[in-house]
Design a protein around this ligand. Structure first.
Ligand code: GLU
Length: 404
């Protein structure tokens, strides 16, 4: 049998492909030359499978989609407090190139708008790094997220650098506030190079999947950034990734995302999937029109909205059976806080006549650290009450099957 996923992706592209709405970005002269009809999508799963459809081999510049990854590298290199001291995490509701600075401090509101991304760029690696070394660190870092060596589109780089007045103005402005001491010309040069890194939709899907997989590239197995960094980046993508359309996007699609003016778009759903799309025509917010439609379809069809209600915790307790003084609790599925809470409640309702409890864990599919600690505490308290507890598969409480 052949998996139907690639056919499904083709069908999604066909259903979203007819729109010619929007316009190719032309404020960077070289981008205006892009073929507006290109359309591609890729999905990368948490076990490293990549499915793609459409113009999946076409390469384009990553542009603003580099911002979350540069942010990840800055967090890795300096830790959260130091990065937060220079760049905030509040949605700005402004366009990507707005002067969105906090009034009192001049700190950029978030790392997904240009002014914040310029500061983030300068935070990758040690402050004393030579510009070339920072360029390499970024290229290597983004390559690790993609799982293959990426390169820079020199034409787009030259084209944007020749027209980068606004980004230069922003870089001078943040330096004037003392947010950064970095040389504005150097920062804009390096940031523009970062934006000119070339990718295809598969690269984007794997990069997004690496964030969704706790910072570990699911294809290569490389630990690119720590899990706390991936969580921080996904949080900022959820609230600020789609510029001034971020609220609309999150309520419709519900996937942490980032768009770029060359027409790329990523979505990263924690623990499930990384998505990459490409279609160069943009809406008034600078987001790819058909990329947004494709993501809307995927989210609807596959129930990917983060705020969609998952199975309730009560389903974790499969059966609760009394036999004289003995009682068996059968658990199933993924045990997290709400499921473990339901089990603890069942334990506390057992009554004094129960002297023996069997907790059957053989049907659980995963248990996170909180679930494990809660169940262990329940077992400990039953023991204190004089109840004998037998665990079927006690190893599940030592270390979860999925190590989550
Ligand atoms: N390099 C672009 C700029 O700074 C990125 C903008 C974007 O992709 O939204 O203007």
């Amino acid at each position: 049998m052949q998996t139907p996923v690639p056919d499904y992706l083709l069908e999604v592209l066909e259903s979203c492909g007819s729109s010619a709405d929007g316009a190719v970005a032309d404020y960077i002269p070289e981008l205006a030359a892009a073929d507006p009809d290109r359309l591609a999508v890729a999905l990368a799963t948490m076990d490293g499978q990549v499915h793609a459809a459409g113009d999946a081999t076409v390469r384009f510049t990553i542009q603003s989609i580099s911002k979350p990854f540069a942010y990840a590298l800055a967090l890795r290199d300096h830790g959260l407090p130091a990065v937060l001291a220079s760049v905030g995490v509040e949605p700005s509701g402004d366009a990507f190139n707005e002067i969105s600075l906090e009034e009192a401090t001049g700190r950029p509101r978030n790392p997904m708008i240009n002014v914040g991304a310029l500061v983030t760029h300068s935070l990758v690696g040690d402050a004393s790094l030579e510009p070339d070394a920072r360029d390499r660190l970024l290229l290597d870092g983004l390559s690790s997220f993609a799982g293959r060596p990426l390169d820079v589109d020199e034409r787009v780089f030259d084209s944007e650098l020749g027209t980068a007045d606004r980004n230069l103005a922003l870089a001078y402005l943040v330096r004037s506030y003392g947010v950064t001491a970095a040389d504005p010309e150097e920062v804009v040069r390096g940031y523009t190079r970062q934006c000119a890194i070339r990718v295809d939709v598969r690269d984007l899907a794997v990069m997004a999947a690496t964030l969704a997989h706790g910072g570990v590239n699911p294809v290569t197995g490389a630990a690119v950034v720590p899990a706390w960094v991936a969580r921080q980046v996904l949080s900022v993508m959820a609230t600020c990734g789609m510029y001034d359309a971020a609220g609309d996007w999150f309520s419709h699609v519900g996937i942490p995302a980032k768009s770029g003016v060359a027409g790329g778009l990523i979505g990263a759903l924690p623990g499930q999937v990384g998505i990459g799309t490409f279609s160069p025509r943009l809406d008034e917010f600078g987001n790819s029109v058909r990329g947004v439609r494709v993501c809307e379809r995927l989210s609807d069809d596959m129930g990917l909205h983060l705020m969609g209600t998952p199975a309730t915790g009560a389903h974790v307790l499969r059966r609760s059976v009394r036999d004289g003084h003995a009682h068996t609790l059968e658990l199933q599925g993924a045990v997290r806080f709400s499921g473990a809470e339901a089990v603890l409640r069942a334990m506390s309702d057992l009554g004094p006549e129960v002297h023996e409890v069997t907790v059957d864990l053989s049907r659980i599919t995963s248990i996170d650290d909180v679930g494990r600690r809660m169940l262990l505490e329940g077992v400990r308290r039953l023991g204190l009450d004089g109840v004998r507890v037998a665990l079927d598969r006690p190893d599940y409480l030592e270390r979860s099957p999925d190590q989550s």
